[in-house]
Design a protein around this ligand. Structure first.
Ligand SMILES: Nc1ncnc2c1ncn2[C@@H]1O[C@H](COP(=O)(O)OP(=O)(O)OP(=O)(O)O)[C@@H](O)[C@H]1O
Length: 278
């Protein structure tokens, strides 16, 4: 990794209140430290309940942090709330699993995409319209998609819209929480290709939360393995997936489904093969 990491998580701890008055808070994340480099993809994997989403939420300021620090591009954003948090939206974005839930059903797509572009900007409406047309082109949707509503799109198309919204202001980091889990395998491969292409053209980094080790190997340079809120293994994704060191990772790898041929044939995979042979 060269230069200042775009994300530094240092000794992060998150505790949720327990049910019952006398019970101490439930520690869900304990002493988690890691970095994500500029334009790097780092995957966060672990069993259900291991704390992946909680880490993503802590980075995004969606859950209070009990200890440790979160630095974005060298700036301590751990306690940023309200206006200070909103001001980060140009640099820090998110893509979630359910694209339908994350898009306002009452707004045409053009309005949804205009919101981040108009926030704190001096752009004219015409410039914003042109930018939206460009975004829709980039994610492979027709220009007239701007006038349609979320319900008029398929799940894969809706995730493209969510991706377009996330990249609208060219953020430096996008937290992707299971962004392709709700999609069928062909649509999943296309969405991953799109994320890879956007990373190459825009230079954004991804913190990629997933339970799917097949995706990790295809998509992320490095992988962090989370067990009960602690990182138990980290390394290059190929090493973690092919030669897991920790017994927990070995269990995860053994339980992973055989990689789907559609995913493996994705354009990203072909590109990686080309890079490896050139
Ligand atoms: N708001 C909350 N209040 C109390 N406990 C919570 C809250 N959110 C999550 N938890 C608990 O924190 C733990 C970690 O949850 P988290 O959603 O981060 O796990 P995960 O690894 O993302 O799981 P999954 O893969 O199923 O989404 C779980 O035990 C969960 O029950």
């Amino acid at each position: 990794m060269t230069g200042t990491p775009i994300l530094q998580v240092d000794g992060l701890a998150v505790r949720y209140p327990s049910r019952g008055l006398r019970k101490p808070p439930n520690t869900v994340i304990e002493s988690v430290s890691f970095e994500v480099g500029q334009a790097e993809t780092v995957a966060l994997v672990g069993e259900s309940g291991s704390g992946k989403t909680t880490i993503g939420k802590a980075v995004l300021g969606l859950t209070p942090v009990s200890g440790g620090r979160v630095l974005l591009d060298g700036r301590d954003i751990t306690r940023h709330t309200g206006r200070a948090r909103r001001a980060l939206s140009a640099d820090l974005q998110a893509i979630f699993q359910n694209p339908y839930g994350s898009l306002n059903p009452a707004l045409p797509i053009g309005r949804t995409l205009a919101e981040p572009l108009l926030a704190g900007s001096t752009r004219s409406r015409g410039e914003v319209r042109e930018h939206i047309a460009d975004l829709l082109r980039r994610v492979g949707l027709p220009e007239d998609a701007a006038d349609r509503y979320p319900a008029q799109f398929s799940g894969g198309q809706r995730q493209r819209i969510a991706i377009a919204r996330a990249v609208a202001r060219q953020p430096k980091l996008i937290v992707c929480d299971e962004p392709t889990s709700a999609l069928d395998v062909t649509t999943q491969a296309t969405a991953l290709d799109l994320l890879s292409e956007l990373q190459q053209s825009l230079g954004c980094a991804y913190l990629f939360i997933t339970h799917d080790l097949a995706v990790v190997k295809e998509f992320a340079a490095r992988t962090l393995v989370l067990q009960h809120g602690r990182i138990v293994e980290e390394g290059r994704s190929t090493d973690v997936c092919d030669q897991p060191q920790h017994a927990y990772t070995r269990r995860l790898v053994a339980a992973a489904p055989v990689p789907d041929p559609v995913l493996q044939r994705s354009r990203r995979h072909e590109r990686l093969e080309l890079e490896a042979t050139s």
